[in-house]
Write a protein that binds this ligand. Structure first.
Ligand code: NAP
Length: 335
């Protein structure tokens, strides 16, 4: 089968990490890049040796030499450009969060099915063997039946201006990195939360610079999630079970070898898991396999919708100052 021909929408910082991963994939070739600014597209194409530079994202979608697009635009633009790409018959790997409104996933799923294209949210940690091992431990009750989960991601957000600080672009720490904590907690719980409570610290511009959330799952498992832009870099995932605790100290950007710590009563053990030589390589490989081999994407649209529903409910709760049922998706926007 011919190599999958990729086009990039935008010249985002993160794209520098995806380009080597696309090029490391023997069934992929990078063909095009589009930017709001034609000269930026041309400079970027020269810098990275990309054959086609386009003035605007729509031109990438019009290019018949592009089979799939990688979308790394500001969060508020993900749903719109995913839908436009599907209309143009392109497969889509879209950065997290795929949508800010879970109902947009219904539109995306319907169109993707009609046009027979693959759409998947770029949630890199989901492709790593470390994650699969931690999930297996949870399912096997390695620390007993699960009772509570804690997951978080913080770092010092020092870029300014930055898309993460603009509420109109889907900014804020919850959408940016809290999405990972919520995703991992749902994955370990193996179910969707019923009710959430959120508490945020807001910037004057109106985005959350830190977010703490509680999620209650139908089985009785509870999860605490945290994200923040004003705390030193730290990531963590912990699952407390009836008999002990499982810790994943480096869950979201695993290195070539990472430990999972399992503590049952007085016995502690570390299980080493081999990772990837380069991050994003497995994400690209899994996406190409779903397009070319017809495999289900690792991150399904149902999974993305569940994450967006939980995130949206957490936001709503923080704004209202009271718990929110995750099913209240059709609630009117808050003033
Ligand atoms: N998976 C990961 O590990 C990871 C890491 C970082 C970021 N991300 C995700 O990737 C996306 C981009 O993040 P980033 O930090 O790389 O962003 P960024 O460097 O600010 O890039 C965003 C790009 O979007 C385009 N754009 C269109 N309208 C814009 C506007 N009004 N303001 C600013 N840029 C606009 C710009 O490209 P042109 O000007 O060329 O059109 C810009 O280069 C986000 O969704 C983020 O969540 C993922």
């Amino acid at each position: 089968m011919d190599a999958l021909r990729w086009g990039l929408l935008g010249t985002a910082q993160i794209t520098r990490r995806l380009i080597p991963a696309i090029r490391a994939n023997r069934r992929s070739v990078l063909t095009a890049v589009g930017s709001r600014d034609a000269s930026r597209a041309e400079a970027y194409a020269r810098q990275w040796g990309i054959p086609h530079a386009h003035d605007g994202y729509a031109r990438v979608l019009d290019n018949p030499a592009v089979d799939a697009v990688y979308i790394s635009l500001p969060n508020s633009m993900h749903a719109e450009w995913t839908l436009a790409a599907i209309d143009a018959g392109k497969h889509v790997l879209c950065e997290k969060p795929l949508v800010l409104d879970p109902e947009d996933v219904d539109r995306i799923a319907h169109k993707a099915q009609t046009r027979a294209v693959t759409v998947s949210e770029a949630m890199m940690y989901r492709h790593e063997p470390l994650t699969a091992r931690a999930v297996r431990f949870a399912r096997e009750h390695a620390v007993g039946p699960p009772r509570s989960i804690s997951a978080g991601f913080t770092y010092q957000q020092s870029r300014a201006p930055d898309v993460r600080l603009d509420p109109a672009l889907g900014g804020g720490s919850l959408w940016d990195i809290g999405c990972y904590a919520v995703s991992y907690a749902r994955l370990l719980a193996g179910e969707e939360p019923e009710e959430v409570f959120g508490w945020a610290q807001w910037t004057p511009s109106g985005v959350d610079e830190s977010f703490t959330g509680l999620m209650r799952f139908p089985s009785g498992v509870v999860a605490t999630i945290h994200s923040g832009f004003r705390t030193a870099y730290r990531t963590w995932v912990e699952l407390a079970g009836e008999d002990g605790v499982m810790r994943v100290p480096n869950p979201f950007k695993p290195g070539t070898r990472e430990d999972i710590e399992l503590q049952r009563q007085d016995v502690a053990r570390r299980v080493a898991v081999e990772g990837s030589l380069e991050l994003f390589v497995r994400e690209v490989a899994d996406f190409v396999a779903s397009v070319q081999d017809g495999r289900d994407p690792v991150v399904s649209l149902t999974e993305s919708q569940g994450n967006a529903a939980a995130l949206q409910a957490l936001h709503e709760s923080a704004r209202m100052g009271k718990p929110v049922s995750v099913r209240q998706r059709g609630a009117p926007p808050l003033a």
